[in-house]
Design a protein around this ligand. Structure first.
Ligand SMILES: [Zn+2]
Length: 276
């Protein structure tokens, strides 16, 4: 009998152990410039939009929303998620309103996209356990808070998904260096940056995100993913079945999943058994 126990780990695509993801709220006009920048450097983001605010009056410069008729094209290749229908401070709302705020937003966005919309960023960062429960029963599977961790830990609960930091945080540059130089592979690592694109206009600091994109794009050991890519991938990863003797595995999902077997990446094709 083979007494050697194989070392099998969950891994990100291509056997990577680091993921970078971004999240931007409110769907204002400067998102166009931000998406173009992300596309230039291969970064992926989740954009949290309010389906009921297209015609909302604005007071500040560049506060217009991108017309709903344009969002499918503008955010192509990224995730569009909910940000509620009209951006209330949701934890103050009765549960019927909470449900409507997410379902109405989903309805508008899904009709335009022809895809289910399952992500969320809490408007004004507001949430409590009641909000989480109602969102979950409305089909939301991930929701971002505004509580930054300044770390690269994956969240224990995707419905209370704390980002690493805002783009304007003074630690951003150090975090970039730490993440780039982090080569230990014991744990999966996530770098998650969030903000609003209009802040770059308002604060005249596009250079922050331009430097970030340049420094953080194009790394072979980083997986660039939207929020829902991460949730769906780890969900598929949780569902793989590995034989007790560690010689084969079955991937019952519709997407490929990678594992690391004795330090080597192995791709598990969807719906197939693979010798490992
Ligand atoms: Zn917002």
């Amino acid at each position: 009998m083979d007494k050697k126990l194989r070392n099998i780990y969950t891994a990100f695509p291509e056997g990577k152990h680091k993921v970078l993801t971004l999240s931007y709220d409110d769907g204002k006009i400067p998102d166009k410039r931000l998406v173009a920048l992300f596309n230039e450097y291969g970064l992926k983001g989740t954009f949290n939009l309010n389906g009921g605010l297209e015609k909302a009056p604005f007071k500040e410069f560049y506060q217009e929303h991108i017309p709903l008729s344009e969002i499918k094209e503008v955010y192509e290749g990224h995730e569009i998620a909910c940000h509620t229908f009209t951006h209330p401070t949701i934890a103050r709302c009765p549960k019927e309103q909470i449900a409507q705020q997410v379902l109405e937003d989903r309805k508008v966005l899904e009709k335009i996209l022809g895809k289910t919309v399952r992500g969320m960023a809490y408007p004004n960062g507001s949430f409590d356990d009641k909000v989480v429960e109602v969102f979950k029963s409305c089909g939301i599977v991930h929701a971002r808070t505004v509580n930054q961790t300044l770390s690269f830990e994956l969240p224990s609960d995707f419905m209370k998904w704390n980002p690493t930091c805002r783009h304007a945080d003074p630690s951003l540059e150090d975090l970039c260096k730490d993440f780039t130089n982090f080569h230990k592979t014991q744990y999966l690592q996530m770098f998650y940056v969030w903000g609003h694109s209009y802040e770059f206009d308002r604060d005249n600091n596009w250079h922050i995100i331009e430097k970030f994109a340049k420094d953080m794009g194009g790394h072979e050991d980083i997986w660039y993913a939207t929020n829902i890519d991460i949730v769906d991938y780890l969900d598929a990863s949780d569902r793989i079945q590995v034989s007790v003797d560690g010689t084969f595995a079955y991937n019952p999902s519709a997407i490929p999943v990678w594992i690391e077997v004795d330090k080597k990446p192995v791709k598990l094709l969807p719906g197939k058994y693979t010798e490992i």
